[in-house]
Ligand binder design. Structure first.
Ligand SMILES: *[C@@H]1O[C@H](CO)[C@@H](O)[C@H](O)[C@H]1NC(C)=O
Ligand SMILES: *[C@@H]1O[C@H](CO)[C@@H](O)[C@H](O)[C@H]1NC(C)=O
Ligand SMILES: *[C@@H]1O[C@H](CO)[C@@H](O)[C@H](O)[C@H]1NC(C)=O
Ligand SMILES: *[C@@H]1O[C@H](CO)[C@@H](O)[C@H](O)[C@H]1NC(C)=O
Ligand SMILES: *[C@@H]1O[C@H](CO)[C@@H](O)[C@H](O)[C@H]1NC(C)=O
Ligand SMILES: *[C@@H]1O[C@H](CO)[C@@H](O)[C@H](O)[C@H]1NC(C)=O
Ligand SMILES: *[C@@H]1O[C@H](CO)[C@@H](O)[C@H](O)[C@H]1NC(C)=O
Ligand SMILES: *[C@@H]1O[C@H](CO)[C@@H](O)[C@H](O)[C@H]1NC(C)=O
Ligand SMILES: *[C@@H]1O[C@H](CO)[C@@H](O)[C@H](O)[C@H]1NC(C)=O
Length: 497
């Protein structure tokens, strides 16, 4: 097993022809990594991020119940959901994107998840059960629980939390179409996941998705304006809410085949002007790829979407003349801002999904004369996943608990503080500082957590708790990776799955 195969392919020699790339793929072979192990761990991670009352089946046992009174200040039950990262706030906007991506991963690749499918479904349901609570009052969507400034000022276990658990909402007078739209998308996508597993639950999710989408569309507005300092700068939505509305309508169309939603998409898609971004803030490239799946569906005009999906691919492929994304010398996709690996996982997921659509329609992408086959898209994605798992200049896995060398001092309160079983006494807001500053490895393994990742200049990683840009895990780094790992687990030859 050659963990560093392919490392020499930096941006300088990435202009190779497709045929050469297919050969490189053969030389590198498949199975450079244990994708099955990484898949199991990537899903287990979500148990470490759980908020609320933990079930007896909880496998990450160092975590205990927390935030059992969330929502009480607003007279509602908002217990549950996920902490977004290494802090203890429940930010519903990225949480909803996380849930949508887990659902999309299961819809595309659930058949390759084997015994882990059960846990992937649990991870989705942990999100949707919470979103049903957050949308139970018509005309209101709860957008967040936890005062982010006081939370971030403390280094406390979730189980000890004593900072204000303020509940924030958007409503008809102070709307928030991005948070409501993304929750509608998560509910609609998840309704498809549960269609044949639990028909009642699926119906419940879909009906709620209708009303939440209607609220998001009827009362259009920016949640960043309605909630201000509660969500900004943490999860400020800089690119507006039009993308979330279209994204939600697209998932609702997928879940219903109702032409109201396809009309909504085709009438409004021209409001989106670029298709290179995809993450918790911008859904654009995801819209292009998801809608391209309807290429053969006569109710959607494919010529509206395929050029957008192609332009996404051309913005990413290393050899593309219209590439906008950077690559580190070691070959990692890089975008400015924190949590860089979120881009590697989300964009790789899209490349795989689109590569498979292209394959099934015998198509390829032509980036101003540089033609990329479906195999090329899959290969670029696999290279990113392999980088994350250890095929990189540091020979380091960026997934906690995978391979011998992985981040030991992640920026994560629960992981870095002693667990309740070993240290039952309360650790205060300031009392945690000792553990934050310690040079010791974190005592609790947040297995499967993928951190922000290395720097883009030298591909180096400091493994420093204080360096949250590099060392903090987030749910939306892992969520797209789950589907990608399931795909690579089963990709055992050049035959496209
Ligand atoms: C509507 O939401 C805003 C912003 O969260 C909040 O200040 C206001 O109290 C809410 N309105 C009602 C009637 O609860
Ligand atoms: C589903 O809902 C129907 C009607 O409400 C009910 O009769 C049935 O028992 C439910 N099934 C399950 C599995 O909960
Ligand atoms: C929507 O229509 C397509 C194409 O006819 C079909 O394959 C799909 O199952 C339908 N979906 C739903 C939710 O009815
Ligand atoms: C999008 O299109 C629908 C009609 O399909 C319309 O009702 C809605 O207002 C449009 N949204 C925007 C922001 O224009
Ligand atoms: C599909 O969309 C393209 C681009 O907007 C347009 O030129 C074409 O007429 C449309 N085709 C149909 C069948 O609506
Ligand atoms: C793709 O090509 C294969 C082999 O040439 C052919 O059998 C198949 O029908 C084609 N599929 C489409 C969607 O064009
Ligand atoms: C790709 O696009 C270029 C124009 O950008 C064109 O000259 C070339 O013929 C196209 N190649 C294929 C295989 O379609
Ligand atoms: C951690 O290590 C650094 C350098 O190795 C040292 O300067 C610092 O004092 C250590 N901190 C603690 C809390 O031991
Ligand atoms: C990259 O490496 C060089 C030489 O070792 C060093 O001077 C520089 O600080 C490093 N940059 C980063 C971002 O780590």
């Amino acid at each position: 097993m050659n963990m560093i195969s392919g490392l020499s392919r930096g941006p300088l020699i990435m202009g190779m022809l497709v045929l050469v790339n297919v050969m490189v793929m053969k030389v590198e072979g498949y199975g450079a990594h244990n994708y099955g192990e990484a898949l199991s761990k990537s899903i287990l991670f979500f148990e470490g991020q759980r908020s609320g009352k933990l079930p007896p089946t909880q496998r990450m046992t160092w975590r205990k119940d927390s935030a059992l009174h969330d929502g009480s200040d607003a007279g509602v039950d908002l217990v549950g959901g996920y902490y977004d990262a290494g802090d203890n706030v429940k930010f519903n906007f990225p949480m909803a994107f996380t849930t949508t991506m887990l659902a999309w991963g299961v819809l595309e690749f659930g058949k390759y998840m084997d015994a882990d499918l059960k846990y992937a479904l649990e991870a989705i349901k942990w999100g949707t059960d919470y979103f049903l609570k957050a949308t139970s009052i018509p005309g209101v969507v709860f957008a967040q629980v936890g005062d982010p400034n006081s939370d971030h000022a403390c280094w406390e276990r979730p189980e000890d939390m004593d900072t204000p658990r303020t509940t924030y909402q958007v409503n008809e007078t102070n709307p928030g179409s991005e948070v409501a739209g993304e929750i509608a998308a998560a509910l609609a996508a998840s309704s498809l996941v549960f269609l044949e597993i639990d028909a009642n639950y699926s119906t419940l999710l879909l009906e709620r998705a209708f009303t939440v989408f209607e609220f998001a569309n009827t009362y259009q507005g920016f949640y960043s304006e309605s909630l201000g300092a509660a969500v900004c700068p943490f999860y400020c939505d800089y690119n507006g809410y039009q993308d979330e509305l279209i994204w939600a309508a697209l998932w609702l169309f997928k879940a219903t085949n109702d032409t109201y939603y396809s009309n909504y998409v085709t009438q409004n898609i021209t409001l989106l002007t670029y298709f290179t971004e995809f993450g918790w803030a911008a859904k654009n490239a995801g819209i292009a790829v998801l809608s391209s799946k309807f290429m053969m569906n006569p109710t959607l005009n494919s010529s509206l979407f395929v050029p957008d999906a192609d332009s996404f691919v051309c913005s990413v492929l290393p050899e593309s003349p219209t590439r906008t994304i950077e690559y580190s010398p070691g070959g990692l996709m890089f975008k400015p801002g924190g949590s860089n690996l979120q881009h590697a996982t989300a964009l790789s997921f899209l490349l795989i999904v689109y590569g498979r659509y292209l394959h099934h329609t015998n198509s390829s992408v032509n980036c101003s004369g540089v033609v990329a086959t479906p195999y090329r898209l899959i290969h670029v994605a696999q290279r990113q996943v392999d980088y994350i798992l250890g095929s990189n200049p540091m020979h380091m896995s960026y997934m906690v608990g995978y391979a011998p060398k992985f981040p030991r001092k992640i920026h994560h309160r629960g992981s870095s503080l002693p667990c309740i079983a070993k240290h039952p006494r309360h650790i205060t807001c300031d009392g945690g500082g000792l553990y934050f500053a310690s040079n010791n490895s974190n005592p609790n393994l947040l297995t499967g957590a993928v951190v922000g990742g290395p720097d883009n200049i030298n591909d180096t990683y400091a493994d420093s708790r204080a360096d949250y840009v590099e060392s903090e895990p987030t749910t939306y780094i892992n969520a797209p990776l789950v589907g990608a790992l399931a795909y690579f687990k089963h990709l055992t030859s050049l035959v496209m799955l």
